[in-house]
Ligand binder design. Structure first.
Ligand code: BGC
Length: 904
């Protein structure tokens, strides 16, 4: 079917959202024609017009702000867009609903009868020492709780919206039917400050008369084991639930039914379910009759009421976690140690099993891992406290039984099953679990290895965009701010990340400390606070250069990609507080090497401007700092020690620059000028303190030059020379990169922009470690945490195989290799500037931008260059061909030129 000419209607970036909080929501649509004018109408459920924009001249198709009658809360709206083009009018329609007033939440919190979560508290030091919990898992973990409440529903129902949330994770049923395909609700938030409430349309599931609402509750992020140390009960140790069912009837009357103490609870077939450890399910005890009206409730216990508490409730914003893909088994081997399944792809998710003719009580164990060892034997690359990643299923003995864990997920490619003699490959599926974001990007080329590299990034993104942006889906699953800031741009090509990351930013801001510090991870728990107080070395870090600066970097990147100034508005006050903190901290101390030196007043004054003290991660995991025989955690301390004094002020300057840019967009012009002046002063102080006349920095590492060039720290006159130092450092490592977390995104550009294009290309094509293609050649299917996660002989290390941070190079594949990038906020201007000399005969990329699809595809064949482009309506583009620049109008175009002739 031909694509409609006006499509992809969005409210606040979302498709038909049910929880719009904004009093002035913004509307966006995509057109496949030149729009001369538009008209928006918004109607309430009765069909009354709440807003008619009238015909508005111009091509705006994104973020048109509502300007009608005040929107009702908890109400449904239909909106229509007429997009006029010449004599044609293109019309499309969509819907949205507003959130209820959560401050007026009237439902009680209800608590099933339960043992509290076993408290397992480990510090960073315990983790280094490899402490383990003395009690076996099944003596520490507790059952998931079933909670049911009978409801009487009057006839003539016209609208039914369920609002629910939990302490723990939940799934919900009405009359035996699952109310949604969402998993792991309510998702992870900084629960001390915010707890998301979900909205579900349940009209089709309710019947006049007796109905039953059923919930299953498990520990989840609230009380289960999470984070690096696998500590439990970080936000609470009791499961609880609160919900409101808002009903509207055909006669216009309304009713709210809420969770209350008429609910009963019981432990169900889940002996335990922990996000990290895994799930233990006894199918012999599965009996769904509790989900239906008329259930006897023998052995069930009334819940207790905790009263009403709406303090932390917020409407869920964004896309829920869902099962987003299913992978068949790539190979099955029946081995002495169990049945080994290989899915051919590292994922975050879980196994769905179908079993035939298993005896009742048969115990099947499912272990998960990301890699095998060099000999192909079972190997756990993630070890440590509560990192079992093991599920258990006790068979009911039915002729056919099917099972998938409900409240856990694992990082894996391989699974080992014991308790089964044989398994038909068709009976095992890997279910990929992720926040269900719109996939917006594609990249491919004439080189299979680059294509695999891109796929690896996409897979790491999918696995780590799970409710919040995480570092890795097995060991920590923590919202590390540094990881996402380096990866955000690449992420925004591949998926629609604006709302997902904006929601995480809400958590990050909620976790900002009173003194302005932005924590290194969010959500942050009391345990995280305590652990930092008690830990040595990097374990003591609360805020860090390049991590905390995510508060400025992410909103700016989102603004560039989505053109939404509200992202800036929301974050601007937090950015101001963070840069104030940096300034105060700069005044307070001197780097330890200077502490006892007699400093001239001028130097002292300069030092007072520089945020160059305090513990930081520095250019974390810089490869050369990990060389040698030191134990890993000691070697990991080297990059922070060596690089923090330079890295911290460079990010200080960057945050000031971004604060100035944000202020300018938001119209705070005095602030903008003030931040720019401050940035200039800190820059000058940095240059005077750390840069010599030959543009050398005191730490001879690639990362320092990549950052200094990439963040535009250096005076213009010294850039070229600094680029030469960088190039020399790269060459001295055998044309290999030696950059850490923070500097890697800048390395290729820093070389390119200072005249070392060939070296940048060499690094991209390098296949000796450390390099991107080294991983691809070792069979990587995701991006690794460490470049040498697997050595050349195939021996794996116990590190994460699924960290997206170094996947930031994907943005280079789009922007430089295929040649596609935005050059004005929201892709209003597009730069199509491929590197035709990158060593490929073909590359292509496309991005579903807020304005529609932008794409480029180029081929060089027999000296003939062909470039196909797609520019969305509402955007302009510039295509750079060898020796010429072409201004492109919206639509498709083809360009051809003879390269051999040009070369002569
Ligand atoms: C995580 C990182 C994170 C880092 C902080 C690690 O354990 O996996 O990705 O950013 O700690 O340095």
């Amino acid at each position: 079917m031909a694509r409609r000419s006006c499509h992809t209607l969005r409210v606040e970036h979302l498709d038909s959202p049910l929880m719009i909080e904004a009093t002035r929501p913004r509307f966006s649509w995509i057109v496949e024609h030149p729009q001369d004018s538009y008209q928006l109408t918004v109607r309430d459920a009765a069909g009354t017009v709440a807003w008619d924009s009238g015909v508005v001249g111009g091509g705006q198709t994104t973020l048109v702000e509502y300007r009608g009658e005040p929107l009702e809360r908890d109400a449904d709206y239909l909106w229509t867009v007429h997009s006029f083009s010449g004599t044609a009018v293109h019309t499309a329609e969509s819907s949205f609903a507003t959130a209820p007033d959560l401050a007026a939440w009237e439902a009680e919190w209800i608590e099933p009868v339960q043992e509290s979560t076993h408290h397992e508290q480990y510090s960073f030091l315990d983790w280094i020492k490899g402490e383990t919990e003395p009690l076996p898992v099944d003596q520490r973990l507790r059952p998931a709780q079933l909670v049911r409440q009978d409801l009487e529903i009057r006839p003539e129902l016209a609208r039914a919206r369920l609002y629910a949330t939990a302490h723990g994770v939940y799934s919900a049923w009405l009359n035996g039917q699952r109310i949604s395909d969402e998993v792991l609700a309510p998702g992870f938030d900084s629960y001390r400050h915010r707890l998301s409430v979900q909205a579900y349309d349940v009209l089709a599931m309710l019947l006049p008369g007796a109905n039953t609402m059923g919930f299953v509750l498990a520990d989840g992020w609230w009380s289960g084991r999470i984070g690096l140390t696998g500590t439990s009960a970080q936000f609470g140790d009791r499961l609880a639930l609160t919900w409101q069912l808002h009903l509207g009837f055909t006669d216009g009357s309304t009713q709210v039914i809420t969770s209350d103490s008429s609910s009963c609870s019981a432990a169900g077939p889940w002996n335990y379910s922990d996000l990290f450890i895994g799930e233990h399910y006894d199918a012999r005890r599965a009996d769904d009759s509790w989900l239906l009206p008329g259930f006897g409730q023998q052995g069930w216990t009334p819940v207790s009421s905790l009263g009403v508490d709406a303090r932390t409730l917020v409407p869920f914003r964004g896309e829920p976690v869902r099962r987003v893909a299913q992978l068949p088994v790539a190979s099955v081997e029946h081995r002495a140690d169990g049945v080994l399944l290989d899915f051919g792809q590292v994922i975050a998710g879980r196994l769905r099993l179908k079993l035939r003719g298993q005896p009742r009580g048969q115990h099947i164990t499912i272990e998960h891992t990301e890699t095998l060892d060099a000999r192909g034997e079972w190997f756990q690359n993630i070890v440590g406290m509560n990192k079992e990643q093991t599920d258990h299923y006790i068979c009911a003995g039915d002729a056919v039984e099917e099972w998938e864990p409900e409240f856990t997920f694992h990082g894996f490619r391989y699974a080992r099953l014991t308790g089964l003699d044989t398994l038909d490959p068709e009976y095992a599926t890997a279910v990929v679990v992720s926040s269900d974001l719109e996939q917006t990007g594609s990249f491919s080329s004439s080189d299979a290895r680059l294509n695999r590299l891109h796929q690896n990034v996409v897979w790491s993104q999918r696995a780590n965009f799970l409710s919040i942006p995480t570092d890795c889906p097995q060991r920590e699953r923590a919202g590390w701010s540094g990881d996402i800031q380096v990866f955000a741009e690449a992420a925004a090509n591949n998926a629609g990340v604006c709302t997902f990351l904006s929601r995480w930013m809400e958590n990050l801001r909620a976790d900002q400390l009173p003194d302005g510090r932005i924590p290194i991870l969010s959500p942050r728990s009391e345990h995280d606070e305590q652990s930092a107080l008690e830990s040595p070395g990097v374990g003591a870090i609360v805020a860090a250069a390049g991590w905390s600066d995510a508060v400025a970097i992410l909103p700016w990147k989102l603004y560039e990609r989505y053109g939404d100034p509200r992202v800036l508005e929301e974050n601007y006050p937090a950015v101001c507080r963070w840069v104030e903190y940096q300034a105060l901290e700069a005044e307070r101390g001197l780097p330890s090497a200077l502490e006892d030196l007699p400093l001239s007043p001028r130097r002292r004054a300069r030092q007072r401007l520089l945020f160059n003290t305090g513990p930081h991660f520095g250019d974390w995991l810089t490869p050369s700092t990990l060389d040698g025989d030191l134990p890993l955690h000691e070697a990991m301390d080297r990059a922070p020690k060596l690089t923090s004094e330079l890295v911290a002020p460079m990010f200080q300057i960057h945050s000031l620059d971004l604060a100035a840019r944000m202020a300018a967009v938001l119209g705070h012009l005095a602030d903008a000028a003030q931040f720019s002046q401050r940035a200039a002063r800190v820059r000058a102080a940095f240059a005077a303190e750390y840069l010599d006349d030959d543009a050398s920095l005191p730490v001879a590492l690639q990362g320092m030059y990549a950052l200094a060039l990439g963040l535009e720290i250096l005076p213009a006159a010294q850039r070229r020379r600094a680029g030469e130092h960088l190039a020399a450092l790269v060459r001295s490592r055998g044309d290999r990169l030696d950059t850490g977390f923070l500097s890697t995104p800048f390395l290729l550009d820093a070389l390119w922009d200072t005249g070392h294009q060939d070296l940048a290309r060499t690094l991209l094509w390098q296949d000796k470690a450390p390099s991107w293609l080294y991983e691809v050649d070792r069979g990587a299917t995701t991006i690794w945490e460490a470049w040498d996660a697997v050595d050349p002989a195939g021996v794996p290390r116990q590190v994460s195989m699924n960290h997206y941070a170094f996947g930031c190079v994907d943005e280079w594949l789009f922007r430089k290799v295929a040649g596609l990038a935005p050059s004005a906020p929201g892709w209003r201007e597009i730069s199509i500037d491929p590197d035709f000399s990158c060593g490929l005969s073909h590359a292509e990329a496309s991005v579903q931008t807020p304005l529609g699809q932008a794409a480029v595809s180029w081929t060089v064949e027999h000296g003939q260059l062909t470039v196909n482009t797609v520019v969305p309506y509402g955007a302009g583009a510039v295509l750079n061909l060898p020796g010429q620049q072409i201004r492109l109008a919206p639509g498709t175009s083809v360009h051809q030129m003879d390269l051999l002739v040009t070369a002569n």
